[in-house]
Design a protein around this ligand. Structure first.
Ligand code: NAP
Ligand code: MG
Length: 402
């Protein structure tokens, strides 16, 4: 069989620990035998980030701007313990944070549905994708404890020195205060990323805030989404046969629980933090979630939603067997290959990526899975495979399908 050819390279961002082990197994077993894989390789493993003073992370983000599509392995965000473990020069920042800041994107997370791993919410038949705004609100808030009676005010001082004041509260005793902010530019790029992604996957977009209570703050989010939709996306949505739907956040929660899924749910930063954990746990596990960063300029970075699975890696290093689920990392590759194929008008590559995803699903539905899934499946007597045997089982299924 001839290998599938690629036109433009993918930006490949290698990572750390157990996911780095899975990364090379996936390439060897599931990609290189079938595709003449073209990548521009960046080693974001912590040792190399340290050796390059984290320049490699910046270079990989710039390469993503150049080529448009990247695939990223999970990486360690260093803490005090990692300083010793890797003898770091500095406590380097989270690579995801650095890349996100450079590409200015929104992260979309969707569960991978498999028969035998049923969502807890029985009417959810299709995936629900969460799009979380990643700037501001409570995450950049300034807080204060109020010691006793006194007046709190919100003051804005313009560059020309003029002031605007609003009384927050006249305290008669002790209390607490919080000041939040957001930026029109950030909300606009959040909105554009959501509309672009909805068109890309041809699914309806939902957005919700508490604009009835927050008449300035949340209402600004609602207005910006509406304006950008009317001006830039309305016609394309109509052509694609999809809708933009705005409602109050409490109404959205009620509707989500009763829906059958199959849409994108755009959330403000805090709502997205809370709701994505609800959605992912209700659908099964973090190892069965896709995750993609979409920039408003149309750059895509695909990754797994989970971390480097440190505990499994230490077992692996001790020569013990591991049963680590590689599905989310495989879907990062398939997502990136599919997008590369679409952009390059390379249908063979798109088709291969779709078959690879179908092979993962089929393998699990036939009862062959890793331990994390075996614990939650409704399939009777599943075959529990180790990390490598699971990938080899997927290869077997894929070869039958191709
Ligand atoms: P983790 O890698 O998400 O793993 C936490 C636990 O979840 C594992 O111990 C395992 O449970 C289970 N798990 C996660 N992924 C799994 C998979 N694919 N297959 C089977 N089980 C899986 O989080 P962590 O171990 O707390 O974090 C390790 C490192 O990852 C940290 O240094 C953190 O900075 C980094 N991190 C990176 C990213 C990213 O790059 N996107 C995201 C989050 C965290 P059991 O042990 O019970 O089997
Ligand atoms: Mg959270």
């Amino acid at each position: 069989m001839d290998k599938i050819q690629m036109k433009t390279p993918l930006v490949e961002m290698d990572g750390d620990e157990m996911t780095r082990i899975l990364w090379s197994m996936i390439k060897e077993e599931l990609l290189e035998p079938f595709v003449d894989l073209k990548t521009e390789y960046y080693d974001l493993g912590l040792a190399h980030r340290n050796a390059t003073n984290d320049q490699v992370t910046v270079d990989s983000a710039n390469a993503t701007k150049k080529y448009g599509v990247a695939v990223k392995c999970a990486t360690i965000t260093p803490n005090a313990a990692r300083m010793d473990e890797y003898q770091l020069k500095e406590m380097w920042k989270s690579p995801n944070g650095t890349i996100r800041a450079m590409l200015d994107g929104t992260v979309f997370r969707a569960p991978i549905l498999v028969k035998g791993i049923e969502p807890c919410v029985k009417n959810w038949k299709k995936p629900i994708t969460i799009a979380r705004h990643a700037y501001g609100d409570v995450y950049k808030a300034v807080e204060m404890k109020v010691p006793g009676a006194g007046k709190a005010e919100l003051v804005f001082t313009a560059e020309d020195g003029s002031e605007r004041r609003e009384q927050i509260h006249a305290f008669s005793g002790a209390g607490v205060l919080q000041g939040q902010h957001n930026l029109e530019g950030s909300i606009e790029s959040f909105a554009r990323s959501c509309f672009t992604y909805a068109l890309d996957v041809k699914q309806d977009l939902w957005f919700a805030t508490k604009d009835t209570i927050s008449k300035q703050y949340d209402h600004t989010f609602k207005d910006i989404f509406q304006e950008i939709f009317e001006r830039e996306f309305k016609d394309a949505f109509a052509q694609a046969g999809i809708t933009y739907f705005y409602t109050l956040i409490d109404d959205a929660v009620a509707r989500v629980m009763k829906s059958e899924g199959g849409y994108i749910w755009a959330c403000k930063n805090y709502d997205g933090d809370v709701m994505s954990d609800m959605i992912s746990s209700a659908f099964g596990s973090l190892a069965m979630m896709t995750s993609v960063l979409v920039s408003p300029d149309g750059y895509y970075e695909y990754e797994a939603a989970h971390g480097t699975v440190q505990r499994h890696y230490y077992k692996h290093q001790n020569g013990e067997e591991t049963s680590t689920n590689s599905v989310a990392t495989i879907f990062a590759w398939s997502g990136a290959l599919k997008k590369r194929g679409e952009l390059d008008e390379n249908p063979a590559l798109v088709k291969f990526a779709e078959k690879l995803e179908a092979a993962c699903v089929k393998t699990i539905e036939e009862g062959k899975m890793t331990k994390d899934l075996a614990l939650i499946t409704s399939i009777e007597q599943p075959t529990v495979l180790n990390s490598q045997a699971f990938i080899q089982a997927i290869r077997g299924t894929l070869e039958e399908m191709l």
